[in-house]
Design a protein around this ligand. Structure first.
Ligand code: MOS
Length: 724
């Protein structure tokens, strides 16, 4: 696939979305549906000893109450593995966290379901529990180390060392779309409609939990109102709703209330980061010793070792020793949340880099430029492309960095407003799953492209359409892009910033194959008009081709695994090279002299994501990432209830997120791209963008606050009280 620059196009689904025509999971209507509500556990640890459903069944409209008796017993733990596996997401008597569902009420109306759920008061045998990393009973579990060179030796010989202890809080996903699931059981098949980034995962999880053949399950997720990792795995509710549909033989729907979502869905765990960073006499960074640990459930598998995946590759630091630990306690499992590890680890690491630059009396941009690398320090192999320095240089130019005075507190305005200019960088692994696609062009003007992928608001259909519309003379009005549907094509999870890399190369291949198929069909004849008209001219109703694309370095086995619903993303370590995406963020903060309110009037973010496929949605991704990084740095923090477990601020009134007034106009987040195709990553020359967009913006803000005030704040969120 040749990759010339793509032009700007409007979003493929913009009109439908602004008209409210796009159907999200909860919008899809079914005949005679039942409505469900879960009953959350009031204890944090222990067992349900008795659960009477009588009061709930007396509520008019309640049809059924599901309890643990309605589910198969958990399978025995696999032999020879460390520790117990996570329990299946069904109803159980054993309680592992406050808010765990203990019953499901199904009723003719939503009101009856809620009233029925409130009428259930189980008896519990409770046990002592640990709610936070410093609670008694929290258990430390060391995980895999990631190393390069000899950090201890290099630090011993370093001329300058900085040491810092950084902390990122528990933070919860709060997309506007609540977690919604509808299940339909008919003619021996189970259909699931759920907001999901991986309908194959949904299918597999339900099949496993309910002991069903995955082949009888179809799962669909056509449009999601915000994914960001919250929807990568099946939801806690999915198998419950599926079971309810099977038992009642009616469509059953649950839209989980936000307060419950805080207690059952994945979240960004509280994490702590101790970093020692050393430079040699000429001011080159030579060594990092970095320990990261985070809160974890008793059986959760979200690995703290991954905090090092980005930081070890951020700069040319030859000696790196990364260690990590889980702190196991009694809450639901943490998990993926946009830029899951690098959001916290690059906050810590690029804050430390900034501290070292100040310690060495170096300009923070120039210092980063001087610590570039051409190889992956983790593997010693080449990087397929790296334009981080170009990002830094272009960002500094657009921001006007040269007008900055370096001393902290030196840019105060006449009214006492403190102004700070900060910079930081981010990187994120660039990965790629295999894909299978079918493309059908009809003589009636229609085009249908079906492949793997999920639309979560990032604009994946716009990227696919860019390739199809650039490559084929077809009618844009009748282009249908079918993704997020197990009946349309094998579905890989869309996460880890590999959505575009998963579907754009296969779309490019489909375009090429279609040209060949059309040429074969015409067999030397010439037909006038676009492809639809050409088909009509030779009386061919439609032409359909199927293509597949392996991830770079993968073999046919990966395609077989994709067909079976397996997880097969390649990278960022490919056979002979490593591929990372990069970004540089420049921000201005203003701190009001009396209230100490922090605002961010402007930011400049320049990304290296290889070839940009969809300029408009790519720029949106970065704006959204910068806004969220602001929110993560200055606003968001979940309050954990030490008395009962669970969370205190579990609504949008008390869980504070960034609002428009916090950040200048959205246009004041100035976004740019290097837009150089990566020669090795894949045929399209693209690298991932969704997550790197956010990485590094939080430390840029903290670094700007240091520049404004002289206060080095190492714990997020940074709030007014820290600046008094
Ligand atoms: Mo992303 S946090 O891998 O959806």
């Amino acid at each position: 696939m040749n990759t010339p620059r793509f032009r700007d196009r409007e979003r493929f689904d913009a009109r439908d979305k602004v008209r409210g025509a796009t159907q999200y999971a909860a919008d899809i209507q079914f005949r005679k549906p039942l409505f469900a509500m879960t009953v959350p556990s009031r204890i944090a640890k222990g067992r349900v000893t008795a659960l009477s459903t009588e009061a709930a069944m007396r509520v008019p409209g309640v049809v059924r109450v599901l309890t643990h008796d309605d589910f198969p017993a958990p399978p025995p733990p696999p032999k020879g593995k460390d520790g117990p596996p996570p329990p299946p997401p069904t109803l159980e008597q054993k309680i592992a966290y406050r808010g765990q569902p203990v019953a499901l009420v199904v009723a003719e109306t939503l009101e009856a379901a809620i009233e029925g759920a409130e009428a259930i008061h189980p008896s519990y045998a409770d046990e002592p529990f640990s709610s936070r990393m410093d609670s008694a009973g929290a258990k430390r579990e060391v995980t895999e180390e990631i190393t390069a060179g000899d950090a201890a030796k290099a630090l011993a010989g370093a001329a300058t060392i900085v040491e810092g202890f950084y902390e990122s809080p528990t933070q919860h996903h709060n997309p506007i779309e609540l977690l919604a699931t509808t299940a339909v059981w008919a003619n021996g098949r189970l259909e699931i409609y759920e907001c999901s980034q991986g309908v194959n995962v949904t299918r597999g999880a339900v099949a496993g939990a309910l002991r069903l053949d995955p082949a009888i399950i179809d799962a669909r997720s056509s449009s999601v109102g915000g994914g960001f990792g919250q929807k990568g795995l099946a939801q806690r509710q999915t198998a419950l709703i599926a079971r309810a549909a099977i038992l009642t033989r009616r469509p059953v729907k649950l839209v989980s209330p936000r307060g419950q979502i805080f207690h059952v869905a994945t979240y960004r765990p509280n994490s702590r980061h101790r970093i020692l960073l050393g430079a040699n006499a000429s001011g080159k960074m030579v060594a990092a010793r970095y320990h990261a640990e985070h809160e974890q459930s008793r059986v959760g598998q979200f690995s703290p070792s991954e905090y090092h995946e980005a930081t070890i590759r951020m700069y040319g630091i030859e000696n790196y020793h990364g260690s990590a630990a889980n702190i196991r306690l009694d809450r639901q499992a943490p998990g993926y949340m946009r830029a899951p590890h690098p959001q916290a680890s690059c906050f810590a690491f690029d804050s430390a880099v900034d501290e070292l630059a100040y310690e060495l009396d170096r300009d923070p941009v120039e210092f980063r430029l001087a610590n570039d690398t051409r190889v992956d320090p983790k593997t010693g192999r080449p990087l397929s492309s790296r334009f981080l320095n170009e990002c830094l240089i272009e960002g500094a130019r657009r921001f006007g960095w040269s007008a900055r005075t370096p001393a902290p507190g030196s840019m105060t305005l006449s009214d006492g407003t403190q102004v700070g200019w900060g910079v930081a960088a981010g990187c994120y692994p660039s990965m790629m799953p295999p894909a299978i696609a079918t493309l059908r062009i009809g003589a009636d003007g229609s085009t249908r492209f079906a492949s793997s992928g999920h639309e979560m608001g990032q604009g994946i259909r716009t990227a696919i359409a860019a390739v199809l519309m650039d490559g084929l003379d077809i009618d844009a009005e009748k282009l249908e892009i079918v993704i997020g549907d197990t009946t349309a094509a094998p579905q890989h999870m869309t996460a880890g910033s590999w959505g575009t890399a998963g579907v754009v190369p296969v779309a490019g291949k489909a375009v090429e194959r279609m040209h060949v198929a059309v040429a074969e069909l015409l067999a030397g004849r010439t037909a006038a008009g676009n492809l639809h008209q050409q088909l009509a001219a030779v009386r061919r109703p439609f032409l359909q081709i199927e293509v597949s694309q392996l991830g770079t370095g993968q073999d046919q086995e990966s395609l077989a695994q994709l067909r079976q619903g397996g997880f097969v993303a390649a990278g960022p370590e490919y056979p002979n090279f490593t591929t990372m995406s990069y970004i540089a963020h420049f921000v201005e903060v203003r701190i009001e002299p009396r209230t100490r309110r922090i605002r961010m009037p402007r930011a400049v973010s320049i990304a290296d994501c290889g070839r940009v496929i969809s300029p408009r949605t790519a720029a949106s991704q970065i704006r959204g990432g910068v806004v969220w990084a602001f929110s993560a740095a200055l606003r968001e923090g979940t309050e954990i209830d030490r008395r009962y477990g669970g969370y205190l601020n579990n609504d949008l009134a008390d869980y504070v997120v960034a609002v428009n007034a916090d950040i200048g106009d959205i246009g004041d987040i100035d976004v740019g791209f290097i837009d150089q195709p990566d020669p090795l990553a894949n045929a399209a020359g693209l690298k991932g963008l969704g997550e790197v967009a956010m990485v590094g913006a939080s430390p840029a803000i903290a670094n700007a606050i240091f520049h404004a005030t002289g206060k080095r704040l190492r714990e997020l969120p940074i709030r007014i009280e820290h600046l008094l």
